[in-house]
Design a protein around this ligand. Sequence first.
Ligand code: NDP
Length: 327
Amino acid sequence: MEYRRLGKSGLQLSALSLGSWLTFGNQISDKVADELMGIAYDAGVNFFDNAEGYAEGKSEEVMGKIIKAHQWERESYVVSSKVFFGTENKGPNRTGLSRKHVIEACHAALKRLQVDYLDLYFCHRPDKNTPIEETVWAMNTLLQQGKILYWGTSEWSAAEILEAIRVARQYHLVGPTMEQPQYNLLERNKLENEYLLLFKEYGLGTTIWSPLASGLLSGKYTAGDAKDTRLDMKGMEWLKESALAEEKLAKVKKLQTLADELNVPLAKLSLAWCLKNPNVSTVILGASKTEQLKENLTTLNVLPLLTDEVMEEIEGVMETKPILPQF
Ligand code: NDP
């Protein structure tokens, strides 16, 4: 396993990590969740990603039980939670980024995960109804209390992150260390355009999500193998519609040809492509089956295949590179 700094911070995360969205406490049994975490940990994965909103809190409960059962040393892993979406009861003050919810959600996540502190704590989305200043102060309070070690954002605009940094500097508080954006061959603008100044000037780290665009970039949907998958799950029609848009499918088909020429599974090619970006601190993997995770965890082996020529061929197929202003 390779370990990367989380931006300019001192914390080191495994380049490949494991997340639990839609799987833990929902799509997969607790037994499979346990196997996935065991396989990941044994392969050197040290970061496990979670959120209050995943399976309405159940995902954290499942992960907490697994961590406890394995008796892994606390120093050997990094665990996260995210605040914003709430758990099953979404009444007033049970969602969003007010001081009340940020602090109460942290306490609840610590209980569900059965840990004394969260290593990473994310604002899962921006909250347009709470001043950023209030959230920054709340995060700083949790930091001072030792309940969280690093805090960050997820899917915030560069302007919102900059405002959080500005507030933190004004009051000598600890600002955001990392952002969790979507990043994959089809979704690139934040990482490759919008956040460039944040990387260069502030050393922001990133823990990127949906590296396979929910499985599309494994090639299984273009191969007609869509049974027993995330996009078949009840309630995921919204995701299916956007993931399986015709234009995307056509690109993935062409990409499959390139992967076949290189003799690598498309999933590994797509994951390795994410790792090539030096502003990616860790690629969060998702898996519903142990075979998927085992395959994905060998991605580092294919990195040497991504030469400049191959990267250019990929650009030619995808045509998703953001256009940056020329000076
Ligand atoms: P991916 O885009 O990699 O999708 C993972 C899914 O793709 C798996 O659950 C599986 O679904 C399928 N898959 C994975 N590997 C293979 C393979 N080798 N062959 C075929 N199918 C495969 O990542 P996720 O969308 O799961 O995101 C990863 C993590 O990021 C999440 O668990 C979560 O922790 C985080 N996240 C954060 C968000 C945020 O807003 N901050 C939003 C979304 C995710 P199946 O078998 O069911 O088809």
